[in-house]
Write a protein that binds this ligand. Structure first.
Ligand code: AMP
Length: 504
């Protein structure tokens, strides 16, 4: 059995019927059981008439099997889901609910969100119960030939998260690529690490379905503890590890443990793959294949790929991000034609139809190129030997520990506190990687730095996820400005480092 994304339905396949489809911490489902649970959820949705919903649904939870069964039921019925993990604070979830005008929340946890004017459903294994009905869901007939599958909210520079809308055709283009060009098979066991709020998780959430293979879910307790993770990989003989390079380095201690010997593929995405990480893996796990893939959420998970071989390791440092997927065009927009480095633009069906309800930003970032959707990534890139190389960003978006962060979203959140007159946020780098976020504040009243931090940190924790909370908040009396009248962040960092040095 497998889930065919072209038909958006389960189809038979000549594999053992008792092959496992999904495994979480508490239970596991064979493909037959998976299909049955998905179909039961579809029945529930149809009874409520939610297969005719004109709005997306929030799917809230962590790594429960129910998150996956509900996603597949929604895909079958063309209902759009917004996946939200428990790592998000309640205030942020409320903001997303309001931006997307969501009426219905499917909650796979036991903590009720209880937002005003919403209907909330508790999802337990094989059981959906409406626990609060405080809205009249808007029904409409879906005539969209390319219905949205999901909306993933990422950090937004204007101070609120922005919803990337991904359509059926985009997911189909992605799953086709995954099934054909990587060498995965129905025997593979995909080790999930990323939570479902991040599009990195779409790699395994969709690919296991298309192939009829197995998805191994790992909760926070396991993913933050390298020992537990490696034990679990060994116990379940996981074969495909999809992770950010930061994760591989920080937690999995990849490079020297026989418990990971079952892994056939290490697949990286989301940030620069350091040469040393790839070289260590190559040496320690000679039987495994290493892929570096690149792509923003706005182009459905990944857009380019390359297998990192000995030849590539010998020849290139930094490593390339490789070649575009089939039916995709990459443009490099340069200021003048002689330059080879410029902004990377992605063209193809896998490009998002735009941010939810955000026409202004859509006009800046999305356009049509030869009739196909195109997205300006903000990544600086160039071609060498026919391969793409990434060279950084042309804006204030950063990656820290694999998380995508708009520094301006942090600044905007700080400025909402009444004690703050003005603020700016920077990412401090070591070896080209952002290691710490520092915010600078001009307070409205005289206040000590420790006092300011005591007020601002808990304030920020209410609206920002933990990975966006600054490592330090410093007080300044004024900002240095560049000749173009922008805050001179380079000077701000230099002065900060000098102050730190003098304090030590
Ligand atoms: P996200 O939407 O979270 O997947 O983040 C997308 C951004 O991460 C891209 O626009 C790049 O800036 C960065 N990124 C993703 N993959 C890579 C890679 N393999 N190498 C370098 N940067 C990457």
């Amino acid at each position: 059995m497998r889930f065919c994304f072209k038909q958006k339905d389960f189809i038979e396949q000549s594999i053992e019927p008792d092959q496992l489809a999904v495994i979480d911490i508490n239970r596991e489902l064979t493909w037959l059981q998976f299909e049955t649970e998905v179909n039961n959820i579809c029945l529930f949705f149809k009874q409520q008439n939610w297969d005719k919903l004109g709005k997306p649904i929030i799917l809230y939870g962590h790594k429960q099997i129910e998150m996956i069964t509900v996603m597949y039921a929604m895909m079958k019925l063309n209902i759009t889901y917004i996946p939200i993990d428990i790592i998000y604070p309640k205030q942020r979830i409320l903001t997303i609910q309001q931006i997307a005008e969501v009426d219905i929340i499917l909650n796979c946890t036991t903590n009720l969100l209880d937002f005003k004017n919403t209907t909330e459903v508790q999802v337990k294994p094989n059981e959906l119960t409406i626990i609060k009905q405080d809205s009249t869901p808007v029904l409409s007939i879906n005539i969209n030939p390319d219905p949205l599958i999901y909306i993933i909210f990422t950090s937004g520079s204007t101070g609120e998260p922005k919803g990337v809308q991904i359509s059926t055709k985009a997911v189909q283009s992605f799953t086709k690529w995954m099934a054909n060009d990587f060498g995965f098979s129905s025997k593979d066991i995909f080790i999930n690490i990323a939570n479902f709020s991040f599009d990195l998780s779409v790699f395994e959430v969709m690919t296991f379905g298309e192939l009829g293979s197995t998805l191994l879910l790992n909760d926070l307790e396991i993913t933050k503890d390298a020992e537990l993770l490696m034990q679990r990989v060994e116990n379940n003989q996981g074969t495909v590890l999809v992770a950010t390079p930061s994760y591989a380095l920080t937690y999995a201690r990849i490079g020297a443990d026989s418990r990971l010997n079952s892994i056939r593929y290490f697949l990286f995405c989301g940030e620069t793959l350091p040469h040393t990480t790839a070289a260590t893996l190559y040496k320690e796990y000679p039987k495994a294949i290493i892929f570096n893939t690149y792509g923003p959420t706005e182009a459905t998970v990944a857009t380019t790929q390359i297998e990192i071989t000995q030849e590539i390791l010998d020849k290139y440092n930094p490593l390339p991000v490789g070649f575009p997927k089939p039916e995709c065009e990459i443009l490099i927009e340069t200021e003048n034609p002689e330059e080879k480095e410029g902004e990377l633009v992605i063209v193809g069906d896998h490009v998002s139809v735009g941010y939810f309800n955000n026409e202004e930003l859509n006009k800046q970032k999305f356009f049509l190129h030869n009739g196909k959707r195109a997205f300006r990534t903000g990544d600086l890139a160039y071609y060498e030997d026919n391969m793409l190389f990434c060279k950084g960003r042309n804006d204030d978006q950063i990656k820290m520990h694999g998380f995508r962060i708009e520094l301006n979203e942090i600044t905007n959140a700080i400025c909402k506190n009444e004690i703050v007159a003005s603020a700016a946020t920077v990412g401090l780098k070591r070896n080209n990687e952002v290691k710490k976020i520092v915010s600078f504040v001009i307070p409205k009243v005289a206040i000590e730095k420790t006092e300011l931090n005591k007020i601002l940190l808990p304030f920020l924790e209410k609206s920002l996820p933990y990975y966006m909370i600054p490592g330090d908040i410093d007080i300044v009396s004024d900002f240095p400005y560049s000749t173009s009248h922008k805050i001179d962040k380079k000077k701000l960092i230099e002065d900060y480092l000098k102050r730190q040095f003098n304090n030590d």
